[in-house]
Design a protein around this ligand. Sequence first.
Ligand SMILES: Cc1ncc(COP(=O)(O)O)c(C=O)c1O
Length: 417
Amino acid sequence: MSLVSPVATELLKKQFVASVQPDLHSTSDALTLATDEAYWNTIRKHYPITRQLIYMNNGTMGPSPREVTERVTKRIEYVDSTGDYGGDYEGLRKAIALVVGAASGDEIAYTHNVSEAISIVASGVEMKAGDEVILSDQEHAGNAIPWLARAKRDGIVVKFVTLAPDDATVLNRINELITARTRVIAVPHVTCTTGQVLPIKEISKLAHEKNIWVMADGAHPPGMMQLNVKDLGVDAYTSCGHKWLCGPKGIGFLYITDAFMQHVLPTWSGAEADKYWGYDGKLDFLPTASRYDFATQNFALFDGLHAAIDWMSAIGFDKIESRIQHLTSYMRTQLHEALGDRFHYLTPATSITGLTTIKLEGRDCQDFANKLMSKHKVRTRVVHESKLDANRLSLHIYSSMEDVDKFIEAAKDLLGA
Ligand SMILES: Cc1ncc(COP(=O)(O)O)c(C=O)c1O
């Protein structure tokens, strides 16, 4: 997508030079830095939200640091004061490609959110009535509805594999569901329900042995754990800027391999998706993933996502992952010590990410979440999906050990420990 005039390109370069703060850089290794409270307190100061409450719902929405919001605002002001619209956004594609481990920006399409990226695959992949797709039984609606919509439209069959805490059982159950009609396996990389990390690499291997495509719903990993889509072996990976990347809300992306692209026809389309169209009735889509994004866009969001990636890169994705794991491990140990058998973990112990889901014994999860917020100003999320009726706790780099301690005190207060 390159709609901008050369004059504007020069102006943009001046205005949008990455404004990364020097205080983000640390020479410590990831494990040492993970326990350096002074460093993470500095990071925390860049996030306006944390002063008002203990925000533990990053799994739904990742608040942005000021650097991101400023870049979004700057861009809106620029467009509205100059009338120059557009930009050269191949740079952002490259940045996203680096974050997820794609070969190049040619494998990245822009979307507005995760669900749209999933919808591109679900509605466009070659499937006939009776062909099958396998999902998990712990989907976010964003991965279930696009496939169920395709089932309504074209009569494909949606099957749901029952997850288990261990990888081997998950793989066996998927294998048992595969038939000669299975075309796609579309499961989360990290579930929104419990934060379980699914064995995507092994799922890809199993699927590819049987000529089945794999699409991972990657709403959570980017910005939370280091990621390499090539190593995972997936054919498509869907994600967004607004969760763990702490980018602006309303921009997402699709990674898709060249081979898979040949079998996923764009469903919706418009200007900039084509290499050629004419009144001769011909249409050739672009040879790259940018065939899936088109028409007028909110380029302020593109700048914001680039700023978010600059910001996270300056800190270091390895350091971010270690810090999140450190906070999560600390919270899980402390919570267990404080509450004993008043709850149990639904998250498998081996899945140490920013998401932890607990199931209270004999207590209503919604009431607990409401009181955490109203009495202690701790925002969490309730998990009603898959009838789990549980509480999900998210921790990110703006969270602190102090936040965790306060949350545990609040939980003790409400659960009478
Ligand atoms: C695993 C998973 N998939 C998909 C989605 C949908 O994301 P979006 O609102 O960006 O479409 C979410 C949102 O929380 C999610 O957790």
